[in-house]
Design a binder for this molecule. Sequence first.
Ligand SMILES: [Zn+2]
Ligand SMILES: [Zn+2]
Length: 151
Amino acid sequence: MTEKELYTLVEELSKVYFKRSFIDKVCFNNRLRTTGGRYIPAKRVIEINPKYLEAGMEEFKGIIKHELCHYFLHIDGKGYKHGDKDFKQLLKETGSPRFCNPLPFQKNEYHYQYVCKSCKQVYKRRRRVNVKKYRCGKCRGVLQLMSTSKD
Ligand SMILES: [Zn+2]
Ligand SMILES: [Zn+2]
């Protein structure tokens, strides 16, 4: 999906669920990790995590709707934060998910792959490992990060 296609999708969802036009900026942000998206009030920018495309289109649209709730309330000068009454109300009205990160990935979890420099044993870890602290379980050799991948 290109950013242009993303914009088109955001426009569409704005019309369908909010009956309004989206007139600001939306972009992908690869650096977002566990969050599906965020809204930056100072810049009036919605950032979307492209990794969440793999969560499926419904989830992906949910993230956009959630961010649009922040957005429209903010430009209207209403309570746009998670704890605000206006925000909770609009989430309900538009059927948007409560959180920016509606699901932890089940199938598409990130893995870090480490290889022992000595015996070449491969280790897959869900989280980053401190290689200064953790050594190979077989030979106590030094581990080296090979790749980060999904499976
Ligand atoms: Zn949010
Ligand atoms: Zn080893």
